[in-house]
Design a protein around this ligand. Structure first.
Ligand SMILES: [Cu+2]
Length: 138
């Protein structure tokens, strides 16, 4: 928990951030409809290094953050949490609607366009990247 809070107060960069060989960009979060307590975050992670990296966990002070993958089964779309997402050298991982995404559960305050969400991405090898994700209405 202390680690989470400490990370939250370390320099935050608007919507994108680079740490060593990992670059996070194009982040956005979905505006929440009335009555909802859940939002999804989409972004791109580029691995510009020579070794694979793994996204191990995500966290945000606004709720419980999880990495989700979307599956089609018998024509029905469902999603479930996954424990990590691995990214080979030189590869870009795109989190997008209908694909891999970050879900934030138990959000108590409705998010509106113009809000920003602090998000921490934790990678294997103890890299941590903090970003601020803008909320959009589409
Ligand atoms: Cu989800």
């Amino acid at each position: 928990m202390f680690h989470c809070l400490a990370a939250f107060f370390v320099s935050l960069v608007i919507s994108s951030s680079a740490l060593g060989s990992i670059k996070v960009s194009k982040s956005w979060a979905r505006e929440m409809p009335p009555g909802s307590s859940v939002t999804a975050i989409y972004l791109q992670i580029a691995n510009q290094g020579k070794t694979a990296v793994a996204l191990k966990s995500v966290s945000s002070p606004i709720g419980k953050a999880e990495i989700h993958e979307t599956k089609m089964e018998d024509g029905m779309m469902s999603m479930e949490p996954i424990s990590s997402a691995t990214l080979g050298p030189g590869k870009t991982l795109t989190l997008s609607p209908k694909g891999l995404h970050i879900m934030i559960l138990g959000v108590s305050k409705p998010l509106r366009q113009g809000d920003v969400i602090p998000l921490t991405l934790s990678f294997e090898t103890a890299h941590t990247i903090n970003i601020k994700v803008p909320v959009k209405s589409y």
